[in-house]
Design a protein around this ligand. Structure first.
Ligand code: ADP
Ligand code: ADP
Ligand code: MG
Length: 667
């Protein structure tokens, strides 16, 4: 039997990924008339990518190694669903030569390069050797086989400090250490090796000159199986945190047209050296004058949309056409650069707590409409769970405009209108970055975020009078709505203004602080009292779902969403999550299960801060958990007695495991 061609026409595509990239691939595949098959883990039964595909196959338990990284299960899912091809997305199996080979062996088209090309470019050392031969400029460094300490130390001395110690198999910025002096070297190598071994099962290191004031510049390339290869301009991803990209743009605001042509030509040369097929990215680091090759990613990248917006090319469509065995749809001189695009990665993480991932239920999901140069690539929607098992990226907000300044303005506005609650996100951090004058002026390097962190992550502000009054207004609006649709309940209709009672007090919790607002209602206009300050108050609902609040004659627009007893407010001062302590509503629905203190993420108990039987104030510390190398203190959600402590120092606990029980003090 003849082996089927590696690249050939197919009708059913399996997407071996999750989140936004799975949704992104499905969108184009469907537009091209393909039938789409999703795969999912037990944690993702209700995930968006499963809902969007024509079919979906369960492939295993939540940990990625049991599902999204399990080659046999993914291939079996393709067989079971009749898929003829697999798109790997990014991350997971996308750069696994073993997986590309397994697809070929199973007679499936792998939407990407061949296993041999992935092997050639997958290791940073191997690819640097290839590039050296092809005459592509490299960062000065050592990428030889020898790994003994003496050889590495000698190499570092020869290169000259500062140097970067880097895992050859690395990715996502892991296994990398900047070393400033010779006596720091050996410790850095030991710790980088440990990290690389754990993350990639391979601890080989290379050493590079640490380029000063580094900027990250990369070139998108696509090749077909007929020997055509084009570059689609460059992206700049200099805004990074711990060597991971945060904001990306195209074209680079740093390069002039001559430099642009030089770097794109170098990228074509690099990819041409392996007769590359598929979409790929050649990454360079620049000192502001010259660019040096650092690595190639043999897959679609997270930030590919900025290239799509400046070229008008759908990169997933091109990937699929190449996988069909077609020629590239355009030649190099038919690819034109138009305008400027910039992307921000929206993560479920808490910038105030060292970017600790945030897990839980997405209570509200609001993103601006995709028009006027805005594009939203999302992997989640309202009601979805963000689990601790996978990367915490929720969505990408991408803006296009004729100029860089206008694109930044649009993205800033787009982020302001992106409001995702129930979990903590980095949207305000992203806005702070985009509005920083040095970002505007492109006066940045890859260390910028690290240096400016304090300014970019100001402490959360307490809600002011405007927000507290808005919270009351939102509750009144909500109650009026309920009253319209419900048979009159004695509390709803008379509850806030029974005969003779002209005051009603609202209590809100914001973090550990409590705030009270009293509504007074008499013959004249309504009034609100906060700590002895009195405001005349009126409210009107807006068409866009917001509230117009007039306090002492000054009107402001506030957006408020109520979910159970949680109030998600957005005002000119920012975003505020308030918990309404509702004496009449029993304040119970959000409290179900809340007398249990559970581990929010898998971690290790590192300290017990209260004793069994202790009477705790609301917000009192109970224990500290170390989660992903960061400490998180769990606190009493309300006043009560600590009836049980169910863990001890040193315990390794899974997500959702009960650690303590509290019996609330009766109100
Ligand atoms: P890129 O190189 O495409 O810009 P990064 O360098 O930020 O992406 O990410 C590096 C790796 O992190 C990706 O190759 C992937 O392994 C992982 N990753 C990032 N985001 C996600 C995600 N949403 N889902 C799965 N993996 C992800
Ligand atoms: P990864 O596989 O983790 O993406 P890279 O080699 O692409 O690893 O490096 C990640 C980031 O680290 C780059 O985007 C760049 O900002 C920075 N970096 C890499 N090599 C150097 C270098 N030699 N000098 C300065 N910065 C570097
Ligand atoms: Mg990289």
């Amino acid at each position: 039997m003849a082996t089927p061609a590696l690249y050939r026409r197919f009708r059913t595509l399996l997407i071996a990924n999750r989140g936004e990239i799975a949704c992104r691939v499905i969108r184009t595949a469907r537009a091209m008339g393909l039938r789409t098959v999703a795969v999912y883990s037990e944690a993702d039964r209700d995930a968006l990518h499963v809902a969007e595909a024509d079919e979906a196959v369960l492939i295993g338990a939540p940990p990625a190694r049991d599902s999204y990284l399990n080659i046999e299960r993914v291939i079996a899912a393709a067989r079971q669903s009749g898929a003829e091809a697999i798109h790997p997305g990014y991350g997971f199996l996308s750069e696994s030569a073993e997986f590309a080979q397994a697809c070929a062996d199973a007679g499936l088209v792998f939407v990407g390069p061949t296993a041999a090309m992935i092997t050639a470019m997958g290791s940073k050392s191997g690819s640097k050797e290839l590039m050296e031969k092809a005459g592509v400029p490299l960062v000065p460094g050592f990428h030889g086989e020898a790994q003994d300490e003496a050889t590495l130390a000698q190499a570092a001395d020869k290169i000259g400090f500062p140097v970067l110690v880097k895992a050859s198999a690395g990715g996502g910025g892991r296994g990398m250490r900047v070393v400033h002096t010779a006596n720091e070297l050996s410790a850095a190598i030991v710790s980088a090796k440990r990290e690389a071994k754990a993350a990639f099962g391979d601890d080989r290191m290379l050493i590079e000159k640490f380029v000063t004031n580094p900027r990250h510049i990369e070139v998108q390339i696509v090749g077909d199986s007929h020997g055509n290869l084009v570059s689609l301009f460059e992206r700049e991803c200099t805004l990074q945190r711990r060597h991971q990209k945060v904001i990306e743009e195209a074209p680079s605001p740093t390069l002039n047209p001559a430099q642009r042509e030089t770097v794109c030509a170098a990228a074509r040369k690099a990819a041409g050296a392996v007769n590359y097929v598929g979409a790929g990215t050649i990454e360079f680091v620049s000192d502001g004058h010259d660019v040096f090759f650092i690595e190639m990613n043999t897959r679609l990248q997270v930030e590919h949309p900025v290239t799509e917006l400046i070229t008008g090319i759908d990169l997933v469509e091109w990937q699929l056409r190449v996988a069909f065995g077609e020629q590239l749809p355009r030649t190099q001189d038919q690819i034109k650069l138009n305008g400027h695009a910039i992307e921000a990665r929206v993560y479920a993480e808490n910038p105030q707590q060292n970017f600790m991932p945030s897990v839980g239920t997405i209570r509200t999901w609001r993103t601006p409409p995709e028009s006027n140069g805005l594009r939203i690539d999302a992997g989640y929607r309202q009601g979805d769970q963000v689990s601790p098992y996978y990367d915490a990226m929720l969505a990408k907000v991408i803006a296009w405009a004729p100029s860089r300044d206008a694109a930044i303005d649009r993205l800033t506005r787009g982020l302001d209108d992106t409001d995702i609650r129930g979990i903590v996100t980095n949207t305000q951090f992203l806005s702070a970055l985009l509005t920083h004058p040095d970002v505007r002026a492109n006066a940045i390097d890859t260390g910028f975020i690290g240096r400016e962190l304090a300014r970019l992550t100001p402490p959360a502000t307490e809600p002011g009078d405007l927000e507290l009054c808005a919270a009351v207004a939102a509750i009144l609006v909500e109650e009026a709505k309920v009253a319209q649709h419900e048979a009159p309940s004695p509390w709803r209709t008379a509850g806030w203004m029974p005969v003779g009672l002209r005051a009603r007090t609202f209590a809100f919790r914001h973090g550990a602080a409590e705030h009270r607002v009293t509504l007074r209602y008499g013959s004249g206009p309504a009034q609100l009292d906060i700590d002895g300050r009195t405001f005349a108050f009126s409210t009107a609902t807006r068409d866009d779902g917001g509230i117009d609040l007039t306090l002492d004659g000054a009107r402001s627009a506030v957006v408020a969403v109520i979910v159970g007893h949680e109030l998600y407010l957005r005002s000119r001062s920012g975003r505020f999550d308030l918990h309404w302590i509702d004496p009449f509503g029993g304040d119970d629905d959000e409290h179900v299960g809340e007398d249990r203190i559970v581990a929010p993420l898998p971690g290790t108990v590192v300290a017990l801060l209260a004793e069994e039987g202790a009477t705790l104030e609301k917000g009192a510390a109970i224990l500290t958990l170390e989660v992903m190398k960061m400490e998180q203190t769990l606190r009493a959600p309300f006043a009560g007695v600590l009836t049980h402590l169910k863990c001890k120092v040193g315990d390794i606990v899974q997500e959702g495991v009960e650690l303590a029980e509290i019996e609330p003090t009766p109100i």
